[in-house]
Design a protein around this ligand. Sequence first.
Ligand code: FES
Ligand code: FE2
Length: 395
Amino acid sequence: MSTTVSPDHGPDSDGSASRFGVDLATTKPGTPGGVFMRQFWIAVHRSKDIAPGEAKPIRIMSEDFTLYRGATGTAHLIDARCPHRFALMHLGWVEGDDIRCVYHGWKFDCSGQCVEQPAEEEGFARKVRIGAYPTREHIGLIYAYFGEDEPPAFPPFPVRETEGIMDIWNAEQLPCNYLQSYENSMDEVHVAFTHAPGGSHAPLAVDLPIVSAEETDWGMLRLGTRRNGLARVSLHYAPNVTRVIVPPRAGMDIPGWREIYFHFTPVDDENHLWLIAGHTECTAEEAEIYRAKQAEYDKLVAEARPAGEVARDLINGIGRYAETRHPDLAVIQDIATQAGQGRIVRREGERLGRSDIAIIQWRKILARELRAIAENQPRKRWSVAPADIKPTLGF
Ligand code: FES
Ligand SMILES: [Fe+2]
């Protein structure tokens, strides 16, 4: 959540409703896209960024919430405002696993039930509730469920269980629609160009892959086949998670490739979060070395200009893309290209080719599901992927 980029760039659009018969980009409540997203667990925050007793405002899919962590350590998510006279709940006090409003002291338990109203008559409290949403934690992230039905299975996708280290990247907020980043994560060709400056992804740029993709029970499987016939397999879990193997982070001097779980979470239709967890396979001893290197790297990043600011300058013509150097260069490159497409890219004007096949496939799936919701027709029953379907390197 460290960075934002100004909206003063690029074309805006109507969310591409005309081309697909439905707006693919919006996740506002009550829209087909909003209903679609709310069937899944959605990552909303980094676990380490909220301490016991802390409460903060968050915005997810165009709605405002209060996220707080109870004294027991459990994370809770409730509506942003108190149902009495709409004071902001994050201003209040966390008491055990309950939260008390700062305006007139009404207290709510973590199920949303009002349990105390200091200035009211007995009996009123039990008639009052605040909206509350299930939360769970996994791989260093807090997930929430915003749907009306029972939440689906948790965790929402399998993760690698082998010995290693799971680290959480800096959370970034990008000034564009989430689907641009999700689509970018399906775009294997971009790495050879977007990430050419700095060379962070050089091993992936040796030749351009032939991309193919197939729908699965849990999302989409994507293959990037190289000239040597080997395929890099990447996984896209519905509705917004990409699991992939990527090269070691530039400047880290750690040989192992890393398995990454990218979550692209809508803040609203024109902003989204990157919440990213990475698993590096290593022994306990190597993990020590890794942590020390990571701390050095984090220090470098902390001392540098925020990646989002540098990307905003590049979008606005300040500085030169190819010459930009930064400890988080790949992040800057991705923000500049994806947010540079505009707040909501004009999909209806694009010229898609063979290399866009995975993006085309996901749009077909998404448009089909959104139209089914819009027309009240039966929709797909998504399942959790089996643990033996893993991404591969293809080298
Ligand atoms: S507004 Fe919350 S107690 Fe009055
Ligand atoms: Fe990228």
